[in-house]
Design a protein around this ligand. Structure first.
Ligand code: 5GP
Ligand code: ZN
Length: 115
């Protein structure tokens, strides 16, 4: 999709160091980390948010969860614990309208609402 920041990052138009890439998914460090580990995982395919996913995306969404588990191991937060979350539309504060999952950890995260 034209003028989508995360499409441009995913397709290499905007350079970015990926911590993970396969044919469907990329992951990279958040530019404004809110914890010692703060990664963003997203599909290369443009989907605006979780609200726009369909049954055809079930495998992709499952794969993102699985990649998150592997990245948690790679970044040594698998034992201490972590959070995987996606913001969806206005009330969530979603800033970038291309579905992405935040993988956050590396210190105690506290109650969900305090993040
Ligand atoms: P949202 O609020 O949409 O769930 O999260 C968007 C996230 O993308 C924010 O945490 C923000 O810091 C991050 N972000 C925005 N622009 C860039 C960028 O150009 N590069 C990287 N690495 N992260 C970005
Ligand atoms: Zn996009």
């Amino acid at each position: 999709m034209e003028d989508c920041l995360f499409c441009k990052i995913a397709n290499g138009e905007i350079s970015c160091d990926f911590v993970y890439e396969d044919e469907d998914i990329v992951a990279f460090k958040d530019i404004h980390p809110r914890a010692p580990v703060h990664l963003l995982l997203l599909p290369k395919k443009h989907i605006a948010s979780l609200a726009e996913t369909t049954e055809a995306d079930i495998a992709l969404l499952g794969k993102i969860n699985f990649v998150a588990q592997k990245l948690a191991e790679q970044f040594n937060i698998d034992q201490s614990g972590y959070r995987l979350l996606t913001n969806c539309r206005g009330d969530s504060g979603q800033e970038v309208p291309h579905i992405h999952y935040h993988l956050i950890g590396g210190h105690f995260l506290g109650a969900f609402t305090e993040e």
